[in-house]
Design a protein around this ligand. Sequence first.
Ligand SMILES: *[C@@H]1O[C@H](CO)[C@@H](O)[C@H](O)[C@H]1NC(C)=O
Ligand SMILES: *[C@@H]1O[C@H](CO)[C@@H](O)[C@H](O)[C@H]1NC(C)=O
Ligand SMILES: *[C@@H]1O[C@H](CO)[C@@H](O)[C@H](O)[C@H]1NC(C)=O
Ligand SMILES: *[C@@H]1O[C@H](CO)[C@@H](O)[C@H](O)[C@H]1NC(C)=O
Ligand SMILES: *[C@@H]1O[C@H](CO)[C@@H](O)[C@H](O)[C@H]1NC(C)=O
Length: 614
Amino acid sequence: MKTAVAVLVLAAVFDAAVGNTGVTFTNNAYLDENMNVFLQWRRDESTVTMQLEVQTRGMVAIGFSPNGNMPASDIFAGYVGDDGQPYFHDYYAEAQEHPVYDGDSNQNYFDVLATENDTHTIVCFTRNIVMCNSDDRTIINGTNRVIWAYHADDPTSPRSLLYHGATNRGSRSLHILYPRTEPALPADVQTLELLNQNYTVPNTSDTTYLCRGYKVPDLGGKRHLIRWEPVIQPGNEGAVHHVVVYSCGVEPDPDTHDGGEYTCYSNMPGEWYHCSITLLAWAIGGSSFDMPENAGISVGDTNDPRFLMVETHYDNPELRSDIVDSSGLRLYLTATLRENEVGNLQVGADVSQYHKIPPGSASHTTVAHCYSECLQQGMEDISAPALNVFAVFGHAHLAGRKVNIRHVRGASELQELFRDDNYDFNYQETISLDEQRQLLPGDSILMECTYDTTDRNGVTYGGLKTEDEMCIAWILYYPKMELAKCESWPMSYWYLYSLSATATEFSVAENDFVATAPANVAGLTADQILASDITWTDELRADFQRAETQAQRFERCVNKNNDLVHGNGTRPVPPVIEFPWVAADECAGADAVTASMVANMLLVALGFVLITVM
Ligand SMILES: *[C@@H]1O[C@H](CO)[C@@H](O)[C@H](O)[C@H]1NC(C)=O
Ligand SMILES: *[C@@H]1O[C@H](CO)[C@@H](O)[C@H](O)[C@H]1NC(C)=O
Ligand SMILES: *[C@@H]1O[C@H](CO)[C@@H](O)[C@H](O)[C@H]1NC(C)=O
Ligand SMILES: *[C@@H]1O[C@H](CO)[C@@H](O)[C@H](O)[C@H]1NC(C)=O
Ligand SMILES: *[C@@H]1O[C@H](CO)[C@@H](O)[C@H](O)[C@H]1NC(C)=O
């Protein structure tokens, strides 16, 4: 939209010392480990309002990036000039270079307020969540990569921003679109803190995963966990990156292991590897998490976990030696039990060699079905007419790029339960859904994880180590079923045929299929053939991809003791979804969006100083 009258950035000086923006922020995060760049925000229906406070009197910038790098980023940058006036503009980056000033008719940041004091520049703006312009980026439901930069000096003009140099810049993964409610707590609430104890973060690695064991104390009987919140040691807000609480399939002895402290998946005791059921997870930028008002997670009852493993991820890019930390999570429990028990259903691919990802693939998608018969049996066993899903935690490892949890009803697909097109292993969190979703008898769940293995030479298998992979989601819902896992994976005879076998059979000894012909592969499993020096072609990779959708499957439809809930563990090829979900085009009315934004800007102009640049 070209206008003769340039509608430019609106800015007004506000008194940040008293935080007088009239906005109540719900979330905040330091974007850097040294705590120079502080971001606060709140999400409204279709907009996000952000306030950025940077320890500089020069230029500041924040951007929305596809991957943490500058190219294709949507950037908001500016400064408070020597004349005391703020100059802030919308830019986009075409490359790792000075961003392009986005045309005057295309300023997508509105209600801009800015000021500086002796030490800080503070800027507040509102932007739309959905952007319908190729130079601007939509804030997505999944992981957003936010980039930031600053400089000690003001540039001479908005068209010549100053280079931030190698250190005054960075990127942070953030979940921005949190739905937030903070219901009042009951009077009998009791807290349980899972905190680290003066842990010295190693100065030898930029990323440390600390695993600490906790014995669940005697709580005086069954309680419902209804809220958790982060407890971050003041001063360490920039370094404590995420915290995940796991319960264990087979529990280590709680007394022996209470207070144990190890580097996760490196020097930790073998028994701790059973602690892989994600119960709760917080990540930087997140605040508290509340259960629905009619449901709680059972804690302290006879069959509830008596031992928890808490994983804390620390960021220490400058390899500092002085980070000593006692952060963690605080759980809120009540003896006033709620109507519903929360269940934690694991869906996805089996964490084993059965999960195979070919090397050298820019985009391989693992597909894992939770079959409708399994889910339906789980509901029938507790006579539940429906399940109410309110949060999810999707999980892959280092090669994971996308995580998608699809929801199928009959021949049609409904809107996905959750989708993250920008998955970041180093940023994991339980995500509340915008609205609760119902799973009905006959529904099925399809989990998809997309991986990039271009830098790998051999097959990547499912496993617990970060260089292994996972494609798993934990779905928080109520009422709780006995069903604990609903997983499936392709039968490996498919891979054997891809790898030149002409006949196969199931071998009980190998607990896997083996080739029976031709002679050079007879007796071998797919994994044994894959361990030899095979040549990976695009054709072979494509065939591994086809296995995900076309092979007959094994199923794990079990309760927490691994007893079958339904079937015998084998399933046919899953049905093709006749009517896949098609998201509505949120930009179909893009002109109207632009017009209303301009109107908004004009209205604001009446109340604030209008600065015309150029
Ligand atoms: C300047 O602003 C920063 C960020 O809001 C604040 O922390 C600091 O206290 C302010 N300094 C003065 C002198 O008001
Ligand atoms: C986020 O998810 C909700 C529903 O779960 C959907 O209505 C909304 O359009 C999504 N927002 C974006 C920006 O994709
Ligand atoms: C950590 O160390 C400080 C200072 O030595 C001490 O006051 C504090 O109690 C310790 N905290 C924990 C959780 O051990
Ligand atoms: C790193 O930490 C170790 C042990 O805490 C300490 O002895 C050493 O001096 C530190 N190294 C540096 C470069 O600060
Ligand atoms: C397992 O159940 C399926 C039906 O779901 C059936 O076709 C198959 O023969 C059964 N397999 C065994 C080994 O019982």
